[in-house]
Write a protein that binds this ligand. Structure first.
Ligand SMILES: [Zn+2]
Length: 205
């Protein structure tokens, strides 16, 4: 049961990794944006909201989380609509730099190199007694790096599972591959105990 689940998870990860690679090629022609969520609380006078999105563009994927808090005495503040996931794509766009210290002044921090990046900043704008605080956190990674993470470890697990399955069916030692048909309980080569005596060795087809 666990083994079957593990194999399923491996295949799912590999499928996602291939998807990330396809998205990476696509990102050089089309920019894709997935809005994960936008949530607001409060009213036009006092409130806070957050939103999250994934942005695929020119070989890298960027994850954003944005927050906004506001306080105002004027009724000119817009109240954004709450929303669930939605996706849209558009023409290729230039890569926007992540918010780093250089770009956003004293409260920003981060780096952005070779398609990898993390960035964070917070800023406040105020006018009289009104104020709005913005927060922004972003992580960027190249598609290829996500693909490798999603494909290589599951492929190694699958390779091991397949090898063990082959050795069990062929009557070989699961540890070293030595032929166990003469000594099915214990490997004479590496000393490994083979516990499963119900699983009789079968002829290799
Ligand atoms: Zn062995």
């Amino acid at each position: 049961m666990w083994r079957r689940f593990r194999v399923l998870v491996c295949f799912a990860c590999i499928a996602l990794g291939v998807g990330a690679a396809v998205l990476g090629v696509r990102s050089y022609y089309v920019s894709d944006t997935l809005h994960l969520a936008a949530r607001s609380h409060g009213d036009i006078f006092n409130g806070d909201e957050w939103s999250a999105e994934v942005f695929s563009n020119r070989g890298s994927i960027r994850f954003n989380v944005n927050t906004r808090r506001w306080h105002t005495v004027l009724e000119n503040n817009h109240m954004p609509e709450n929303g669930g996931p939605h996706w849209y794509s558009g023409p290729d766009q230039p890569v926007t730099p992540l918010p780093t210290r250089d770009l956003f002044g004293d409260r920003g921090a981060g780096f952005d190199r070779f398609g990898f990046g993390v960035g964070q900043y917070a800023s406040t704008s105020s006018e009289g007694t009104d104020w709005t605080t913005y927060g922004h956190t972003a992580v960027r990674s190249p598609h290829w790096f996500i693909s490798i993470l999603l494909i290589v470890p599951p492929a190694m697990v699958l390779r091991r599972v397949m090898r063990l399955r082959y050795r069990r069916r062929a009557g070989l030692c699961p540890a070293c591959g030595y032929d166990l048909r003469a000594t099915p309980d214990r490997c004479p080569e590496c000393g490994r105990q083979v516990p499963n005596s119900n699983d009789k060795p079968q002829a290799v087809r």
